[in-house]
Design a protein around this ligand. Sequence first.
Ligand code: NOJ
Length: 582
Amino acid sequence: MQAAGELSDAWATDRQWWKSAVVYQIYPRSFADSDGDGIGDLGGISSKIDYLADLGVDVIWLSPVYPSPQDDAGYDISNYQDIEPVFGTLADFDALLGAVHDRGMKLVMDLVVNHTSDEHPWFVESKSSPVNPKRDWYWWRPGREGMHGGDPGAEPTNWRASFSGSAWQYQAESGEYYLHLFSRKQPDLNWENPEVRGAVYQMMRWWLDRGVDGFRMDVINMISKDPLLPDGHTRSGLWGDGSPHYINGPRLHEFLQEMHREVLAGRKDQLLTVGEMPGCTVEEARLFTDQARAEVDMVFQFEHVELDQGATKWEVHPLRLADLKGSLGRWQAGLADVGWNSLYWNNHDQPRAVSRFGDDGEYRVRSAKLLGTLLHLHRGTPYVYQGEELGMTNAPFAQISDFRDIESINHFAEATASGQSPEAVLAALRTMSRDNARTPVQWNDSDNAGFSTGQPWIPVNPNYHEINASAARADPESVWHHYRTLIDLRHREPAVAYGDFTMVLPEHEQIYAFTRRLDDVELLVLGNVSGRTAMADQIPYAGNWENSELLITNAPAPDPSQPRLSLLPWEARVYRRVVADR
Ligand code: NOJ
């Protein structure tokens, strides 16, 4: 006979708390400003904790709040164990954490340890001399053999940096280069060096001891590089793609398992670890998130948000629905028995989903609800990015001076210098720039959308008179109330959190349809991802579904004179039935 302990262990490995949880991401600069300097801060977040509790989310992921020169809006950290003064103090942080815990929620920190700021004391020491003990904490290399350091083409490899130009920065004093996969002010840490790893683990333990509930790990699949640093393939232009040599590198699993042993083991059950992993495949994700391997709880992958792009994110084309279903369906199938995925349309690096995948004009509310419905009904842990619950849209950027993001600004400079027309580059930025996600949260229709009494660091989207939290909360038909219902459904209906997933009509050009099944409960999710009516009567057992319980909808009650499975533009429905009914 099975002992009670064994039984509960089996249940526990299958039904971890974060499978029925919803994460809300806060981008602190743009969330809420409590002191009128135009930049969001911890006090502002604390003032909105009841708003988040009311929405029903379980976990807050805080984008970086550490001291930082803000070259990459906080993803360039100069001190891992303090708070950026613009955002507040450690005491403000503790107060926020206490308020989050008092409401039964958790708080997860952003862990940015692929790189530091070039102003971090570790790098300041490292760059001070080739014989400094911290020299090896970063990737320093001489120029290419036979070439003179600093000359064009003398970089140690041809790798391109994510924010344009070479991934190597020359230091004339030492005649060496350091590696930076992102901006020049974000030198990459050398994880080959055990002292680096030890220092990172110590810092992580410090935050856990302070009470935080886990980490979202920034580009964590880039920490292990091929130490031979081979050149990458070039497609066009000067720079090559080094990513095969630093994405999912040779020692990544070893490092993650070591981190788990050194930091997480023993206190893991209540924590959440999510690895941001660009370029991660389903097969790799199974390994990273197999609980038996003790690496991370879930990945945050990018395949589905790259389907509307060409070779770079700036070459944008319309999304084919079948491609989206193909990708998300493959991830659902690939992680069905082992592993776990994050579910998201938005974050601080992506344009606003309702503008990108929905209709931010006539059908803004309905299409925002459709996108939320489809996402939250998948298997995985859904992430709500601030303002998504309001159906916030992309911003009407007019000129390059309206942008603040280093990626956008550098791309504009590089692309126009290489001969692209400024208007064409601006058009791509308007569609894809990360700044679309970074305009202030629209709280009400007072000045600056109630975000700040001062001049916001980036302009508020002028549509705040119509789109804002206070109006949304007062309107039972709003996107906000719909998200609240979706979050509540995940908490109440085990089939949403744990059920099997089956894609239906994978090739259909308008309809996104799938079923979820747990024991005898089956859900059918239907979405018309288009601005034209669509018939969903090709789904299996259509007749039975028509008569089952309609749990969620984003449209007026079906017109009795129409076939019941005829869907209005952007209509989404969730049906539930007990399978014995079939
Ligand atoms: C991924 C983060 O999400 C992004 O905002 C940042 O620029 C890069 N990593 C570098 O830290």
